[in-house]
Design a protein around this ligand. Sequence first.
Ligand code: DQA
Length: 147
Amino acid sequence: MSKPIYVLNGPNLNLLGSREPEVYGHETLDDLHQRCGQKAKTLGHSVEFRQSNHEGELVAWIQEARTDASGLIVNAGAFTHTSIAMLDALLACPVPIVEVHLSNIFTREEFRHKSYVSKAAKGVICGFGGLGYELAIEALAATTSPG
Ligand code: DQA
């Protein structure tokens, strides 16, 4: 059985669609889930798409991805800028990791310019809204096999 690409979403991303739409757009998390599923399918992959507001749960899922995923896409939300626990879990995860943000974190407040996640990521995509998730799947599909 081939392993899915894990797509992990951090705090407040469950509010997409109604949360600051001028920053994050009008797509909901369900819309993003569908987009990811469709994109992965066209490339012969599948996704395991999850969201949590809890740092520990995200850490547990990253640990799970060590054995159960073929690649990992992470939008850690605000934990991006604070979580050494997530960074340590990501550094222990041998699968390729792509960091995604809907908004361009570098044109926003200074505290968003620092990412702990980036240290463990093969690449970073930000500023393209939901398209960024599709681009991340494309990047992983180009560098990993679903088997
Ligand atoms: C975000 C950017 C973060 O700074 C913010 O805390 C989020 C969303 C993004 O997708 O643009 O929650 O990760």
